[in-house]
Ligand binder design. Structure first.
Ligand code: ATP
Ligand code: MG
Length: 429
């Protein structure tokens, strides 16, 4: 027998029983972003490989070992996007929409691809909602991004389970000075570093700071501190951010070891972390990248953004049982009709009701069946009410209206009065 076909490891189907929660999450975020004045942008899933190498940096985990890169039929090297910022910057430059200092507040949603070891909360195809703001360079906008996510956690009911970690990486000049000091210090302790950190010391020394290795962590205790190397401008920016978070009452912890995986960050970096998901604890991460647009060939244009992992946040809603009741019910009313004449009359009635109540979730029985079998399907659909159309009802031009969740007896409703009756008893979202 031939081997049955399977999905690629780390790339998941999101099944019908899961999609209501995904859609609830996505629509909650989309509404919030609309309300704060952000506009959606949609970029292709595939870009030239060069784009990611240039923006993310050659010596990052993503570019070194996580990209899905292939040659297309023209011989071009293409890559499935591992993140959204690079493509978003490419798009705004290509269309000139950040030129002359134009402010853009943009967001996107979609799948990202990284060849990582699949485990809970870590997949090879995963989904992000990301956001990028161009040409606003003050701490007020950094604060807005964080305030907005804080509101989101509140709306989702997971605020108590996440913690904000903050750091400032300074400008590229002050970071350069810090990097030198760090390399000098770590080089003097080279033998005590783990192998990975020894390698990073040469390629991307700041990343040594977020090592998980205990011996290296011990060496880091006395290492130079980034905060001591911050230039005045970065320091003032960071204070401005903290003052705004304090004003709104958002708690945070300063984490001097927070450096983020990507090369392009400057000044503010932040992560929202949780201890509810095991090792994959970061649900949203971002920061400022004032040098990136120029590095990618544009005019100097400041940027700040973040991305959140949808799988991890959906997992959190499940773990914390923050699943709103209304999303578990997909059907309001289920119409059962017995016999061909009743089926036709039912169909016409259903369409009339849909005209009048466009938000009503009305399911019409398909596949005929006995009274018992249709009734069973009505009940299983989760509907609040069944509408019944049989010979007696046809003769009297009424419908049987039967509560399925225990509220009261069956009653007869005239065809003409159906929409008005449903409007009073079905709560519409
Ligand atoms: P991590 O340290 O967990 O690998 P990262 O720093 O690589 O995360 P970012 O590139 O900042 O992650 O992506 C932003 C968010 O996207 C992460 O905080 C996380 O919620 C989510 N994310 C990143 N990689 C994955 C993945 N492989 N599977 C699921 N979600 C992911
Ligand atoms: Mg990663």
């Amino acid at each position: 027998m031939s081997k049955s076909l399977q999905a690629i490891r780390g790339m998941n189907d999101i099944l019908p029983e899961q999609t209501p929660l995904w859609r609830y999450f996505e629509s909650t975020v989309a509404r919030l972003l609309d309300n704060y004045g952000y506009k959606q942008i949609r970029m292709p899933i595939v870009e030239f490989t060069e784009l990611f190498k240039r923006s993310i940096g050659e010596v990052t985990d993503i570019v070194e070992k996580e990209m899905y890169t292939f040659e297309d039929r023209n011989g071009d090297s293409l890559t499935l996007r591992p993140e959204g910022t690079a493509a978003c910057v490419r798009a705004v430059l290509e269309h000139g929409i950040t030129g002359g200092g134009q402010v853009q507040k943009l967001w996107y949603i979609g799948p990202m691809f990284r060849h990582e070891r699949p485990q809970k909360g870590r997949y090879r195809q995963f989904h992000q909602i990301g956001l990028e703001v161009f040409n606003l360079d003050g701490p007020d906008i950094d604060a807005e991004l964080i305030i907005m996510t804080w509101r989101l956690w509140g709306e989702l009911g997971i605020r108590d389970a996440v913690k904000l970690e903050l750091n400032s990486l300074g400008t590229s000049e002050s970071r350069g000075r810090y990097r030198e000091a760090l390399v000098e210090y770590l080089s003097a302790h080279h033998d005590k570093l783990d192998e990975d950190s020894q390698r990073r010391l040469k390629t991307n020394p700041l990343r040594v700071l977020d090592t998980k290795n205990a011996d290296t962590q011990a060496v880091l205790v006395d290492a130079p501190k980034m905060a001591d190397y911050l230039d005045d401008e970065s320091r003032a920016h960071f204070e401005g951010l903290k003052a705004r978070l304090d004003a709104v009452g958002i708690p945070y912890v300063l984490n001097p070891k927070l450096v983020r995986g990507l090369d392009y960050y400057s000044k503010t970096v932040f992560e929202w972390v949780t201890d509810k998901l095991g090792a994959q604890g970061t649900v949203c991460a971002g920061g400022r990248y004032d040098g990136l647009v120029e590095q990618m060939g544009g005019k100097p244009t400041t940027g700040v953004g973040f991305a959140m992992g949808i799988e991890r946040l959906v997992l959190m809603l499940e773990t914390l049982e923050q699943i709103p009741e209304e999303i578990s019910r997909q059907v309001d009313v289920y119409l059962c009709a017995f016999g061909e004449a009743a089926e036709l009359a039912g169909l016409k009635l259903a369409e009339r009701v849909r005209d009048q109540l466009p938000n009503l979730r009305l399911q019409v029985n398909a596949g005929a069946g006995s009274f018992k079998s249709q009734f069973k399907k009505a009940d299983k659909s989760g509907a609040l009410y069944a509408l019944i159309l049989g010979d007696d009802e046809m003769a009297q031009q009424v419908l049987g209206f039967k509560p399925l969740r225990g509220q009261g007896e069956q009653q007869s409703i005239a065809w003409d009065a159906l929409a008005a009756h449903l409007a009073t008893c079905v709560v519409q979202g």
